[in-house]
Design a protein around this ligand. Structure first.
Ligand SMILES: NC(=O)c1ccc[n+]([C@@H]2O[C@H](COP(=O)([O-])OP(=O)(O)OC[C@H]3O[C@@H](n4cnc5c(N)ncnc54)[C@H](O)[C@@H]3O)[C@@H](O)[C@H]2O)c1
Ligand SMILES: N[C@H](CO)Cc1c[nH]c[nH+]1
Ligand SMILES: [Zn+2]
Length: 433
């Protein structure tokens, strides 16, 4: 049963517990498993990949089955309906249009004394995108990761996704990959997939950056390989926090909470409301909608452990609690969402008004659905074209410009006790005199 608590109770501690669910003591044993997998794949490459795929995904693959073949890719198109293909294409167009807005451009400024300063953007050489596939298939995640990589101009995009029953990968996932130009796909998931992309194996190439969401094992693995390889962010088990007033529809609010809870037993769904009647009605609606839910067991677990309704004194108080939680998704189901928006400081994506269910963002509104979880929205943002770009600073000085700053550099270098720094400038000045 979804709990209702009042703001007087220890709300902050309870919200903190939910927020920290992927980095608290309970995940220590999972982290030990992940470390073991990372070490084994680093040392033994493909052999360890196949071993852990058998252990965690229950699929015994031959080495030659790791990479998805051209004929599987072709067949996938025959296995998806026309309606689904059109939906994938619509989503792809809208996601691409959104991600093409304001792509960072290289620039240089020509200043006084022929000083040139600027930034030059270049894509990573190789990106590895993780597409989850444990409890559900995610063609939408293929689009959300591959399209920004394509817009950034990444020359080689490699995709990994777990093999499902019978070693099969969802045809919709394979179609989405091809619609975005991704052809290099490996049948591997979990920590072993992240390890393969980070260290490289005989079959799977080492990449420069790993992006994409995943469950607790994937998220811990990404955290641990960071440094060996770049990562987008910690995009773990899904979350929604809803701020609702007395005019919100309880059946809709309940459906939106379940839409995140159904992703994972570690997903979180929180409602902050000023209205006691809405709180009670949402609690009842959640119970009703769970009765025939095809993913009832896992969804109930998420609701029981990480679901919560909080009765708050005001919408301002709700905004403050939401800022502390920094949710992946924030829904403002209130009469005037634009009035509260200025108070919101930390959230991965914000959905405004009664007719904007979070699912529109998951699939096709355009903004990215790969978003920071477990409080990471306090310091980072949605996956974007920038994720796949880095910039190099551009600096050019003329002899006159160098002459003018030589004294200042000398003073700073001397203060830092680094004489060769000062010397490298002084020698050029003297040469010019
Ligand atoms: N934050 C975001 O942007 C975002 C977006 C989409 C999905 N998600 C999240 O992605 C996740 C998808 O999870 P999923 O499980 O469906 O797929 P997944 O691909 O992330 O995880 C499946 C893999 O986990 C590994 N695994 C499972 N049990 C294990 C165990 N006991 N020990 C070691 N490894 C194990 C297996 O190797 C398997 O391949 C959900 O948590 C969902 O909420 C997040
Ligand atoms: N809600 C997920 C992000 O947490 C994204 C997703 C994909 N498909 C359905 N939902
Ligand atoms: Zn979702």
């Amino acid at each position: 049963m979804l709990r209702i608590i009042t703001q007087q109770a220890d709300v902050k501690a309870e919200l903190q517990r939910i927020c920290d669910r992927t980095h608290d003591e309970q995940v220590v044993h999972k982290e030990a498993t992940v470390r073991e997998v990372l070490q084994a794949v680093k040392r033994q490459g493909d052999k360890a990949v196949l071993h852990y795929t058998a252990e965690f995904d229950n699929q015994t693959l031959k080495l030659e089955e790791l990479r998805v073949t051209g004929s599987e890719l072709d067949t996938a198109y025959q296995q998806v309906s026309q309606e689904l293909l059109q939906a994938i294409q619509l989503a792809a167009r809208q996601i691409e249009a959104f991600h093409r807005q304001r792509v960072p451009k290289s620039w240089v400024n020509f200043g006084e004394d022929d000083v040139v300063l600027g930034k030059r953007y270049t894509p990573v050489d190789r990106a590895g995108i993780y597409v989850p596939g444990g409890r559900a298939a995610y063609p939408s995640t293929v689009l959300m990761n591959a399209i920004p990589a394509k817009v950034a101009g990444v020359p080689r995009v490699v995709m990994v996704t777990p093999p499902g029953a019978g070693k099969v990968i969802s045809p919709a996932v394979l179609v989405a990959a091809q619609e975005t130009g991704v052809q290099e796909i490996y049948r591997v998931g979990g920590a072993q997939a992240i390890a393969a992309l980070a260290y490289g194996t005989e079959t799977i190439p080492k990449v420069n950056i790993i992006t994409g969401p995943g469950n607790i094992y994937v998220t811990l693995a990404k955290k641990l390989v960071y440094g060996t390889v770049g990562i987008d962010m910690l995009a773990g088990p899904s979350e929604v926090l809803i701020i609702a007033d007395e005019f919100a529809n309880p059946v809709h609010v309940a459906a939106d909470m379940l839409a995140q809870a159904e992703h994972d037993p570690m997903a979180a769904a929180i409602l902050l409301t000023t209205d006691p009647a809405l709180a009670k009605n949402v609690q009842v609606a959640v119970e009703r909608q769970l009765v025939d839910h095809p993913r009832r067991i896992d969804t109930e677990k998420a609701i029981a452990h990480y679901g919560l309704i909080v009765l708050v004194e005001s919408l301002e108080a709700a905004a403050e609690l939401s800022n502390e939680f920094a949710p992946e998704h924030l829904e403002l189901e209130v009469k005037d969402p634009w009035a509260i928006l200025p108070q919101i400081r930390h959230a991965g994506a914000i959905f405004l008004g009664y007719s904007t269910p979070e699912a529109v963002g998951d699939y096709l509104a355009g903004p990215n659905h790969t978003l920071p979880t477990s409080g990471a929205a306090r310091y980072t943002s949605a996956l974007s074209v920038e994720t796949f770009l880095k910039h190099s600073s551009i600096i050019q000085y003329s002899p006159t410009a160098l002459q003018k700053v030589a004294g200042a550099i000398d003073a700073l270098a001397t203060a830092e006790g680094l004489p060769s720094h000062a010397d490298s400038v002084r020698r050029r000045i003297q040469q010019d005199e």
